[in-house]
Design a protein around this ligand. Sequence first.
Ligand code: ZN
Length: 91
Amino acid sequence: MAGNPRNGRPYRRLCAWLRAQQLPCWLCGHNINYQLHARHPLSFTLDHERPLSRGGDLLDPANARAAHRRCNSAKGNRTPRAQPQRASRRW
Ligand SMILES: [Zn+2]
């Protein structure tokens, strides 16, 4: 196995580039406190608009989005546009 690409320098540079823009969370729209510890649920994480599991590019700046840790992990691999509907049981 090759090393985890998220530990690589290109990925860390992408993180730093995104962090420097101080953008709000692209999932909930609220500001992100960029001073918070990385383990804080409202800290900054680098999210990918197209999930890596669907062929998204880990290192493409056009695919990188700023998100709260909480929002990012709540989303999982789903895209915001493709949230599963809670279907009614009557059909
Ligand atoms: Zn958020």
